[in-house]
Design a protein. Structure first.
Length: 210
């Protein structure tokens, strides 16, 4: 039952996306897709496939909005207040404008590849994941060197949380995950102490202050 309602919303949004031409059209598509996401996350009987379908539609609409924003706003410099007012008239918040334009910086080929890979792996197409992709695409080549183990570990944890958080529907589930993350944080502190990292850091700081 829940799947049917989400799929119906997604079908309407997908059809509208194919016909969209104006900024307002794409914004309406995003709004419809967001409604489908909210419904999917509020129901236990909605599968991941229906949720990711809604997320894909929203990400596509956001990318198009990001591509259109510079032209729609006239590429204004202006002061913060006037820009905020202009965006408000478009029904877009300043932070949304920034995020949409970052997502729009992802080349189309890489964007499509990301969507295919996520859907094949059963990963959610969250805005946070799209922004990480944008950061990777726009990073300085010098920064794209091989990651250190601590960077890989942090990325793995972040991706795991992003993948499953959309499936949490109750307060007790969120509380349980927070407790486990707190235990992980405590474990990291214990390991830090065991390796003498904090002691060495404090010793160095003391030396520098002399």
């Amino acid at each position: 039952m829940g799947d049917d309602k989400v799929i119906s919303l997604c079908s309407r949004a997908r059809t509208a996306l194919a016909k969209a031409k104006t900024f307002e059209d794409f914004k309406d598509v995003r709004d419809c897709g967001e409604a489908a996401i909210r419904l999917a996350k509020s129901r236990r009987d909605v599968g991941v496939e229906a949720l990711t379908e809604a997320q894909e539609i929203v990400r596509r609409a956001e990318r198009q909005l990001g591509l259109m924003l510079p032209a729609v706003t006239g590429g204004r410099g202006g002061d913060r207040a006037s820009n905020t007012m202009l965006l408000a008239n478009l029904g877009i918040e300043r932070m949304q404008s920034s995020r949409f334009q970052k997502i729009a910086q992802v080349p189309e080929e890489q964007f499509e590849e990301w969507i295919c890979d996520c859907r094949a792996a059963g990963d959610e197409l969250t805005q946070a994941a799209a922004l990480r992709l944008a950061a990777e695409c726009t990073a300085d080549p010098v920064q794209k060197k091989e990651q250190h183990p601590h960077e890989e570990m942090a990325d793995a944890i972040e991706k795991a949380v992003a993948k499953f958080v959309g499936q949490l529907t109750r307060t007790d589930q969120f509380a349980y995950v927070r407790r486990r993350i707190e235990r992980l944080s405590e474990f990291l502190k214990e390991e830090e102490d065991a390796h003498g990292v904090r002691g060495a850091r404090n010793k160095t700081a003391g030396t520098c202050s002399r």
